[in-house]
Design a protein around this ligand. Sequence first.
Ligand code: NAD
Length: 503
Amino acid sequence: MTTTTPETRAKTEYRNWIGGRWVPAASGRTFQDLNPARHDEIVGVFPQSGADDVDRAVEAAAKAFDSWRLTPAPRRGELLLQIGLRLRERKEEIARLMTREMGKILTETRGDVQEGIDTAFYMSGEGRRLYGDTTPSELPNKLALSVRQPIGVCGLITPWNFPLAIPTWKLFPALLCGNTVVLKPASDTPASVAELGRVIEECGVPPGVVNIVHGSGKEAGTPLVEHPGVRVISFTGSTEVGKMIGGACGQRLKRCSLELGGKNAQIVMQDGDLDLALEGALWGAFGTAGQRCTATSRLILDRPIAQRFTEMLVERARKLRLGDGLDESVEVGPVINEAARKRIHSEVEVGQREGARLLTGGEPATEGALARGWFYRPTIFGGVTPDMHIAQEEIFGPVLAILVVDGLEEAIQVLNGTRYGLSSSIYTRDVNAAMRAIRDLEAGITYVNGPTIGAEVHLPFGGVKETGNGHREASHTVLDIFSEWKAVYVDYSGKLQRAQIDR
Ligand code: NAD
């Protein structure tokens, strides 16, 4: 994100979407969305919003809530179905735009849009379920049941690595439950959400039900978190920011769901299918240039296969083709911006100072056309020990740390030995080892014979320990974030009946 001067203003000027109107920031200020593969290309210019814009958006959302909450859930679901169908028509176009603003390769941005489509279809069906419970009352002639109710205005704050998928994970269930929303997308990837807004508008969602406010975390995100009219904050991003947001919500007794960082690991046991594990490790570590919350940033190898596997992996990693993700032959795109590249490089330097062995990569890639973008070479460290910084902290770039262990017990212990707990994986042909890993790995997600990435929208998504605060997105479990349970008792006895007393 850079501040726009009049000379650099691009043709594609986007606006906030508030109360059904596309409006500039109250201050008139803007920022630029740049292509990380060629940073002289401005993808779009966006409003640099502040507290005034957030106030207006929350006001519009609060006004729209009165009628949206009374719209039957199946009707709300039908609108989500329309949105999913329209996203499917525009999939390729949005994927290309997303590659330009985020950098990941087209195959992956197509997958990102597809995840939004899947979420729309899945959530549209939920409109005819949204189940509560019916249960016997302890008293005669009394009906007992529970129903889900909408909460109010939800503030959604999203990161740049899944520019469309993550916003839809929050937006669609929030809407389905009858809430209205103010969405603040990441300022590195605002265009994908702006296009999502256009799709939502075309599909006839009433004005004010969805509002989009662009801008930085401090200027637009903080006022949204602190706004008294916002009843729920759903945040995905770094653990550092998540802790601040969690604290601010706690002070205000505001519901808050946090999906935060990870330090995910893939275990390869000596009996595992090594070729399969190799494909998994490459995709897990270097897909999206390692910038996934579920990226494989640690590889835990059983000693008997460690050397051979490491050699195979390093050879393949060296051959990965870097470049502009719009080129279908490219395998790894750039990292998101210059600050991220600098941060990744400084983490690599820490690894070297700690005594880990740099096996490949370890520097920015600047040859030829790569000089125009923020590329970093796929990097692998050997000789890493569990206490090292590079084995503990999320790097969020194409950097993989290899740790060698003796057997399953130690592998599980090492995998569990970080403050995070999002995704985990084990490659083994031993069903007993797989079952023990499923039981003992401290993570919200465990894959057996698959990489650490590949979540599907109808299974719960989230992590343990400092990866979050106990909520799960996706699946029907996300409904617990965006609805309030109400217990209902209907007494048809015609007399006063007292629970726990009349026995
Ligand atoms: P980030 O925390 O810097 O920003 C995320 C969002 O929060 C952005 O929209 C940003 O503008 C906003 N923000 C920043 N400071 C804020 C503040 N003080 N108040 C309110 N809003 C604020 O994270 P990022 O760099 O965009 O994303 C990368 C991080 O996200 C990584 O740590 C990654 O692991 C995590 N992530 C987690 C998941 C998950 O589901 N667990 C998924 C994707 C990414």
